[in-house]
Design a protein around this ligand. Structure first.
Ligand code: PML
Ligand code: MG
Ligand code: MG
Ligand code: MG
Length: 263
């Protein structure tokens, strides 16, 4: 439904230098029964500005923070379980990733469309939407892609997720946590069969395949030192595309639990 969630806000930040994206972040702040939601929103916005100004990727000349009172009913979901797939190198990573995608209903030649679109990605900031049965692009502006936003975590879930991720021997728990939260929201959109992703950071080799069952992370997945990275979302052929895009871009999703009952 479209019932308004009282006292819930989406706070988003993006920082750029010239045409270059420097950093971005977002979360959802919900009234938790104590104190003023507005105070929490203000301090979250402040820490995002601080994060943007101190980002290692460079000094932004433009930092935009958006505070939006949610007008749609918040959807609450549990984070996908995180599974580390131990692979020797990116070639093995890709082989196993392909098996997982096949199991999720994405055939080999369609998978190739996903790998190709990510490998060819230089500037797109959003995800590519790909029909899981014929490989066609579903997002109307392929140069832009679809930006999954209006996504956040509760504080307790964020801490629990980072603790859990650290147990996987990861040093960049914050990066992985943000990816798990985004992948969880994407997995809950109607029609999503699977998502494939790796970073555009040439020093960051990890990537993942997310299905409705789990976030499968691969310490090595991308071609070595590649500066291209991004996301491909494989969508069931009967999914209503407008609804899928609307859900990814505007349906607010709060990831507020870790599966296995840990909070
Ligand atoms: C990104 O947002 O740049 C991609 C992050 C992928 C994280 C993969 C992982 O380490 O689990
Ligand atoms: Mg990119
Ligand atoms: Mg990046
Ligand atoms: Mg909105």
């Amino acid at each position: 439904g479209n019932k308004r969630e009282a006292d819930a806000f989406n706070v988003r930040m993006r920082a750029s230098a010239g045409d270059e994206h420097v950093s971005g972040a977002e979360t959802i702040v919900v009234h938790d029964g104590s104190g003023d939601t507005e105070d929490v929103v203000a301090s979250v916005a402040e820490s995002m500005v601080e994060r943007a100004l101190k980002h290692p990727r460079g000094d932004p000349d433009d930092v935009t923070v958006t505070v939006e009172r949610l007008s749609r009913q918040l959807r609450r979901v549990e984070a996908l379980p995180v599974v580390t797939v131990d692979v020797a190198d990116a070639d093995e990573g890709r082989r196993v990733a392909q098996e997982l995608l096949a199991r999720a209903g994405v055939e080999d030649d369609i998978q190739t469309c996903g790998f190709d679109v990510i490998e060819g990605d230089t500037a797109r900031r959003g995800a590519a939407l790909i029909d899981a049965t014929d490989g066609s692009r579903l997002d109307p502006k392929p140069a832009r892609g679809v930006r999954a936003t209006h996504i956040g975590t509760s504080d307790a879930c964020r801490d629990a997720l980072e603790a859990l991720i650290t147990e996987h021997g990861v040093t960049s728990a914050e990066t992985v946590r943000e990816a798990v939260v985004l992948a969880t929201a994407i997995a809950h959109a109607p029609g999503t069969r699977a998502e494939l992703c790796w970073s555009d950071d040439p020093d960051y080799d990890a990537g993942y395949v997310a299905t409705p069952d789990a976030y499968y992370r691969f310490p090595a997945l991308k071609p070595e030192s590649a500066t291209e990275g991004g996301r491909a979302i494989f969508v069931a052929p009967d999914a209503p595309v407008d609804e899928v895009i609307d859900c990814l871009e505007t349906q607010p999703v709060l990831v507020n639990g870790v599966s296995g009952g840990r909070k």
